[in-house]
Design a binder for this molecule. Sequence first.
Ligand code: GRF
Length: 191
Amino acid sequence: MDKKKICVLVSGGGTNLQRIIDAIESGEIINAEIIKVIADRPCFALDRAQKHGIEFSQLKRGKNFQRQLLETVPQETDLIVLAGFLSILSEDICDRFQNRIINIHPALLPKFGGSGMWGHHVHQAVIDAKETESGATVHYVTKGIDEGEIILQKSVLLAEDETPDSLAQKVHAVEYEIYPKAINMALRGLK
Ligand code: GRF
């Protein structure tokens, strides 16, 4: 059986990308390969791709960014995986890859999602709202930011003295648990 082709979009350190690379190598993510990693800025995630011999591109944000992105994602991609990608995808890409784009968000959607809710902003908002739990969510990407159907979620408990940094660490740990599982689920669900 042909391996499913994954294209990963990144903007940062790429620890989730690394987790996905490792899970493919170990067989935890079944019958898949990463055919390309694309970044919208210089970032360490690209070093990880290079180290593993995975083809990668770094795009420039700006006027033609969305068109370039659409041209750079290989046509044969089965699943686009956003792993800490900070640019919002255009309607064109969402339409072209409908039900074939997934994202991981560092909170329990539908809470603490939407515009401006990324990185430490999310964790700060969760702490300010005096939530007792947060977590990670893997969901399909649609035109509405963080609004697509949820594939998998896992929660973590907040400590009384939780800080955005300590919460980020806890949430990252559950991200590494659920992203490979959610990728398998999304790959199984491909039509
Ligand atoms: C993760 O917390 C993810 O939820 C969010 O961006 C972060 C990426 O971290 N979308 P990394 O680059 O994978 O370490």
